[in-house]
Design a protein around this ligand. Structure first.
Ligand SMILES: Nc1ncnc2c1ncn2[C@@H]1O[C@H](COP(=O)(O)OP(=O)(O)OP(=O)(O)O)[C@@H](O)[C@H]1O
Ligand SMILES: [Mg+2]
Length: 627
């Protein structure tokens, strides 16, 4: 909290340089309008003098018209200036909020995956939406304060002083008692505002989790549980917001008390002078109106401090995000991307997440233009290899080489432009099917698209969709089946036409028949490219040029299907498990294991407690699952 970077001046300076500076001319125009609006109050209070003294007291009929006309003009100018400044302010604050939001989005998209694992989407959405909103409010408050309110205050004080400087001094008698309490209140408000912003982010995160996980919530009957968690969190927000409000409102409250003291003083002091005939009623009315008008802008200026503390808490959070630097970035001097079809090599790669070792000296070669399959138990580190290649994560040790160049020496766009990834869960956007396949490209002809659709077998389910290619696919593609989503992902890959293809369980969500057709499409796609395939179903990988067997973060064996079978390691065991019981279409390890167990025991046994049993199954399961 004592961090000098959190000081109001520092934050304001930052805000000014980054977002407001470029709107300088608009700002000056808005300030001009506000000054005009503010000065009209001074003019109005000044007109009280002639109104009382010439019209009411002296009874000058002619004066009614010019005084009345002047007052009408004052109100018309004020109205026009007020409209002008509001429109300009809205323009400035909306434009700078839009800049800030876009910059935040750009910045967050650059962050490492680790950042996104620790900053859930709801939290980030809250930063981009609500926190930027809070900053927008302060621009309005500060600019209006500095423009209209400060100008009116100065002019009104001028009018009051011109009537009587002693009265003015008396009216301001309460001011010194304001200083200390408001300094204390400011700190209090900032602290509460921070809490409110943080619990706002937590609430947004909960909402995001619930809405994204709505199906599991329903199926596990978690509605009551989620609702209670949400309600508990709202309690924190309510407390923080109410306390912040109390603090923020207490400053204008103090100003009110100060005003009361001032009025009392002026009445006692000035009342005596009027009774004694030293001052006219008109002068008193002019003074009284000026001071009366002055308290409103003063109260507003007082509340600016509260609004500012609230916004400062939001700016701190936004700045924190903008100051976070990704570690996975393009090098300063990137090497040129490899030409043609590159080979892919991992050399003694070590990778851990925290204390969890994931890759433990993995070394492998995927020859250029050939298909290499990665097989191994769940958690062996296969998908992690893909993440290393595309630099979603960097290794702690070892080399990741693409066409002889280290992945980290290439610019990120160049590197990622080498790969098409079709993965376990095809991530679709809430757009139409066409947009999901084109992904922003405008250089694809209808002819090319049609070919891709046919090759990826998207064409097969198109007629079932209400508006064909222009059907919206729902949030995360929820209106499509798993297999349909995978075919969309394959179509994307076909269209990208990159030299390297990464297929991570690319056909796992397809039925046997569709798998066969899509597999043909993928085989076609793989031709002439360096392809890495991850698949649990060995039927998918038996034709690969090379099969790499991974276990616990290392490569433990490699060769062709026939080599590996002949050698009789993990791969052979795996193969026996998958093909012995159900034949080549077996698609579930668990199912196969169950069948095997049934066969082995002759009856349905729940976990074989027989210590003498050293069946194929238990050997495999020990290798695969470590038990
Ligand atoms: N971001 C992460 N943070 C911590 N641990 C992770 C992270 N990503 C992966 N892991 C761990 O790394 C290990 C390897 O994961 P990986 O996804 O590479 O396995 P896999 O071989 O692809 O398994 P599967 O066949 O089930 O897809 C797992 O134990 C997993 O828990
Ligand atoms: Mg995986």
């Amino acid at each position: 909290m004592s961090n000098p970077n959190d000081s109001s001046v520092h934050l304001l300076g930052w805000l000014w340089r980054k977002y407001l500076h470029k709107h300088l001319w608009l700002l000056l125009a808005a300030l001009g309008f506000m000054a005009l609006e503010g000065s009209m109050l001074g003019a109005l209070s000044w007109m009280m003098g002639p109104m009382f003294d010439q019209v009411f007291v002296a009874g000058d009929h002619g004066a009614i018209w010019w005084v009345g006309g002047a007052i009408l003009t004052i109100f018309i100018v004020r109205a026009l200036a007020s409209v002008g400044q509001k429109v300009l302010l809205a323009l400035i604050s909306q434009r700078s909020a839009a800049d800030m939001r876009t910059e935040l989005l750009d910045h967050m998209m650059e962050q490492d995956s680790a950042f996104h694992q620790t900053h859930p989407p709801g939290f980030l959405i809250q930063r981009v939406q609500a926190d930027v909103e809070a900053v927008g409010q302060v621009w309005n408050a500060i600019i209006t304060g500095a423009g209209r309110d400060l100008v009116s205050l100065i002019i009104l004080m001028g009018v009051a002083l011109s009537v009587d400087w002693q009265w003015t001094l008396v009216a301001c008698i309460g001011t010194p008692i304001m200083v200390l309490p408001s300094a204390i209140v400011q700190k209090f408000v900032r602290r509460r505002a921070r809490e409110a912003r943080d619990s706002g982010a937590k609430l947004a995160t909960r909402l995001d989790e619930v809405f994204h996980g709505i199906i599991p919530v329903k199926l596990n009957r978690l509605e009551g549980y989620q609702s209670k968690r949400y309600r508990d969190l709202t309690g924190d927000l309510v407390r923080a917001e109410v306390k912040a409000k109390l603090g923020a409102a207490s400053i204008p409250g103090l100003i009110d008390i100060m005003a009361g003291l001032g009025f009392l003083g002026v009445l006692v002091f000035g009342g005596a002078e009027i009774i004694a005939g030293e001052k006219t009623i008109g002068e008193f009315m002019s003074f009284f109106t000026a001071i009366g008008f002055a308290f409103e802008p003063l109260r507003r200026l007082g509340s600016v401090t509260g609004i500012w503390q609230n916004a400062a808490a939001a700016i701190e959070r936004i700045k924190e995000l903008l100051d976070t630097q990704p570690s996975l970035t393009s090098p300063a001097l990137p090497k040129p991307a490899p030409k043609g079809t590159p080979e892919i090599r991992l050399e003694n790669v070590h990778l851990s997440y925290g204390d969890t070792k994931v890759l433990n000296g993995a070394t492998l070669l995927a020859p250029a233009g050939k298909t290499t399959a990665l097989v191994g138990a769940s958690g062996a580190g296969k998908s992690t290899v893909f993440n290393l290649l595309t630099r979603l994560v960097d290794p702690q040790m070892g080399k990741v080489l693409i066409g002889g160049t280290q992945a980290r020496d290439l610019s990120l766009p160049d590197l990622r432009g080498l790969f098409s990834v079709v993965s376990q869960d095809a991530a679709l956007f809430d757009e139409t099917l066409r947009e999901n396949i084109l992904l922003g490209r405008t250089d694809v002809t209808e002819d090319q698209l049609a070919k891709v659709l046919t090759a990826a077998h998207v064409q097969d389910f198109l007629p079932k969709l209400a508006s064909g290619l222009d059907t919206p696919v729902g949030p995360r593609g929820s209106a499509l089946s798993g297999g349909q989503r995978q075919r969309v992902a394959i179509a994307r890959a076909l269209l990208r036409n990159t030299p390297v293809l990464l297929l991570d369980e690319a056909t796992s969500a397809l039925d046997a028949q569709s798998e066969q057709v899509v597999q043909e499409a993928l085989d076609q796609l793989a031709r002439g490219r360096t392809t890495l395939v991850i698949a649990h179903r060995l039927s998918t990988v038996r034709n690969a040029d090379k099969i790499v067997v991974m276990d616990k973060g290392r490569v433990v064996d490699e060769g062709t299907h026939d080599d590996l079978l002949a050698r009789g390691g993990i791969y052979a065991d795996l193969h026996a498990l998958q093909f012995k019981t159900d034949g080549p279409t077996a698609d579930s390890l668990a199912q196969a294991a169950q069948d095997q167990r049934r066969k082995g025991n002759g009856k349905a046994a729940r976990g074989s407690g027989d210590p003498g049993e050293t069946s194929l199954l238990s050997r495999i399961s020990r290798r695969l699952f470590g038990r």
